[in-house]
Ligand binder design. Structure first.
Ligand SMILES: NC(=O)C[C@H](N)C(=O)O
Length: 350
């Protein structure tokens, strides 16, 4: 699929000539994923193909035009496993530009669910606006019986134009739930009920398509926003997954392959074997690249260790820690600054 699909404005609902000037304007950035996929039968829910464009997504939910004037950009059309830094940077630039326009109420990003949490966390960390940034996907292709994409998209647009969605950072909406991009993660590879945050909880829910928030607007403790206006590529950071008998050679192999930082998806609270620890320490002493210890369990906290050469990820899971480390390295942070940045998200242990 073309990664550099040219920006294509939906002509039918061009925000330059809104059909209903009393409605708020929303811009949809489409990137692909199951929400934009088709199977060959209405019972097929695996092995389908991505390919529907932003116009087709909106055409499937004409009710959206009762609540907003819509413009759309096709940023990519791919499974989210293939979303890369080129697409992320393009998205962040385009969204920042769009939200700076007074007439835009908010934006929606349609995306595959597999890496939705990474893109939404990237946007949480690079979009500087009080307006709603809503990431949405689907677990069933558009052709399936009980496809979830259309209502998910309707809810996403509802939230993007809602004053209640302001000052809450980037959010993920799927399956009637509203979650913060900071903590929400995909918990099940297949089921509709997959996006939530176990410890931090949900921000709100949709009831009869109206967004209800449990709390007043707030931002996650330790949230850092980077200015990526002049950024064209990101630092390379790899994740190494810890397990019994893990190969200690992975650290050197990763660095030889160009890693400028490493995140360990550690066992328990950032642990790994004694042999792997030795290899990691040798690699760190030889190169000085930051090594962040996170957890392979779906939720939890990695505390800083006394005299550790690794940086504790705190509450960030490996894939979010990787995005944050990429942004910090790209911004030229030192290891001390990186350590302080991660430490902002958790209380100092006593
Ligand atoms: N449900 C989905 O969207 C999964 C799909 N493979 C993706 O692009 O992430």
């Amino acid at each position: 699929f073309p990664v550099d699909f040219p920006h294509a404005l939906i002509t039918r609902q061009d925000i330059q000539t809104p059909i209903n000037s009393s409605l708020p304007n929303v811009t949809i950035f489409a990137t692909g994923g199951t929400i934009a996929s088709q199977g060959t039968t209405n019972t097929q829910t695996t092995g389908y193909q991505v390919g529907l464009g932003v116009q087709q997504l909106v055409d499937a939910v004409p009710e959206i035009l009762n609540i907003s004037n819509v413009a759309g950009y096709q940023i990519s059309n791919t499974d989210s496993g293939s979303i890369n830094e080129t697409i992320l940077i393009k998205l962040a630039h385009a969204i920042n530009e769009e939200l700076a326009k007074e007439e835009i109420a908010g934006v929606v990003i349609t995306h595959g669910t597999d890496t939705l949490e990474e893109t939404s966390f990237f946007l949480e960390s690079t979009v500087n606006s009080s307006k709603p940034v809503i990431c949405v996907g689907a677990m069933r292709p558009a052709t399936a019986l009980s496809a979830d994409g259309p209502l998910n998209l309707y809810q996403a647009v509802t939230l993007a134009v809602s004053p209640a969605g302001r000052n809450r950072g980037t959010m993920i909406t799927l399956n009637d739930r509203i979650g913060s991009a900071f903590y929400t993660t995909k918990n099940n590879a297949n089921t509709l009920d997959t996006f939530f945050s176990t410890e931090a909880g949900q921000l709100g829910v949709f009831i009869n398509q109206i967004p209800y928030f449990f709390y007043e607007p707030s931002k996650p403790v330790g949230r850092v926003v980077f200015n990526v206006t002049d950024v064209e590529d990101l630092a390379t950071v790899n994740i190494i997954y810890a397990h019994q008998d893990m190969d200690p050679g992975l650290f050197n192999a990763s660095i030889a392959d160009g890693a400028e930082g490493i995140v360990i998806a550690g066992v328990g609270a950032g642990g790994y074997s004694a042999t792997a620890a030795l290899a990691a320490e040798e690699a760190y002493n030889a190169t000085g690249i930051p090594i962040v210890a996170s957890h392979r369990s779906s939720d939890g906290f990695v505390p800083p260790g006394e005299g550790e050469f690794t940086i504790a990820s705190g509450f960030y899971n490996p894939q979010k820690a990787r995005v944050l480390l990429q942004l910090a390295l790209t911004a030229g942070y030192t290891n001390t600054e990186i350590s302080e940045m991660f430490a902002k998200s958790y209380p100092t242990p006593v």
